[in-house]
Design a protein around this ligand. Structure first.
Ligand code: HEC
Ligand code: HEC
Length: 235
């Protein structure tokens, strides 16, 4: 309650913490349904992605501090669902910009940018945790997460289960806590229930382990790779 209140006061320009209304969820569901059945135009996806590269970087790698998630290599359907949830404000983000930005995109553009990102190679240099409690992390991961996210964190596109392998540690921790605390208001109810008992040590350990699950070699970009689709990007 205190946390909720403080969150509400300090969120300033950000949203207040509220359960998703039926309307928000419906809006997201409609957007998802419309987008997943369209044939994506990957080249247009590249053009749409210009709007996103300023935060997620041209490589889609996000930032090692986990402020911006890696979006390269994610399943297209997962990207579409997350964009729809952000647009419908079922998810908070640390910055207001994505809400405004996404309001202007049509389902076709969701499909296009998702297809573009799903094809991008992933960074091999994602942010990792402290590396001190990995056995505990492995134990927790194999017991609690494998059924849905897969042994290697590869996710499951058909079921909208995100790929979480090779994601930045700080981002994983933040999302895990936000899912547990109901701040992702259209998340997976089973997962929310399952992780209620996780303490700080557990979360750090399991996310550290997850951040070190490597995508297959052919899905990884070479270290220092620059996306040639954005030659003029100013860093
Ligand atoms: C102003 C910066 C900014 C811009 C521009 C932006 N994003 Fe994001 N995006 C974020 C942040 C920050 C998050 C993480 C939100 C959180 O912590 O919940 C995020 C989250 C996401 C996620 C969810 C990732 C996951 O694993 O759950 C996707 C997908 C995404 N963005 C795609 C896009 C696309 C596509 C665009 C362009 C149309 C875009 N973003 C534009 C900042 C931005
Ligand atoms: C019952 C299935 C299920 C289980 C079990 C489960 N998850 Fe999830 N998880 C999901 C789904 C579905 C999502 C996407 C939620 C959404 O759409 O917002 C998700 C989202 C996530 C995310 C956010 C990913 C992103 O890119 O935004 C993280 C991190 C995560 N899960 C970690 C875990 C870990 C670690 C465990 C084990 C302790 C776990 N999950 C167990 C189904 C599950």
């Amino acid at each position: 309650m205190v946390r909720l209140l403080l969150g509400t006061i300090f969120s300033g320009l950000l949203m207040t913490i509220q359960p998703a209304s039926a309307q928000d969820v419906n809006q997201a569901v409609k957007q998802i349904e419309a987008a997943i059945h369209l044939t994506p135009d990957v080249d247009n996806g590249r053009r749409v992605y210009m709007l996103c590269a300023v935060c997620h970087l041209p490589e889609g790698s996000g930032t090692g501090d986990g402020y911006y998630p890696q979006v390269a290599g994610q399943h297209a359907k997962v990207i579409i669902k997350q964009l729809a949830d952000i647009m419908a404000r079922n998810r908070d983000t640390p910055t207001m910009v994505p809400f405004a930005l996404l309001q202007n995109l049509r389902p076709q553009e969701f499909a296009d940018v998702a297809a573009y990102l799903a094809r991008q190679p992933m960074t091999s240099q994602n942010g990792l945790g402290p590396g001190t409690d990995l056995e505990h992390g492995k134990f927790l991961y194999e017991k609690n997460c494998v059924d849905c996210h897969g042994r290697k964190g590869e996710g499951n596109e058909e079921e909208y289960m995100p790929l979480i392998q090779g994601q930045h540690y700080n981002y994983l921790v933040r999302q895990f806590e936000w899912i547990r605390d109901g701040k992702r208001r259209n998340a997976d109810e089973k997962m929310v229930k399952q992780i209620q008992g996780f303490n700080e040590r557990d979360i750090s350990a399991v996310m550290d382990y997850t951040s070190r699950l490597k995508p297959p070699a052919e899905r990884l970009a070479a270290p220092g790779w620059r996306n040639p689709d954005f030659p003029d990007f100013v860093r």
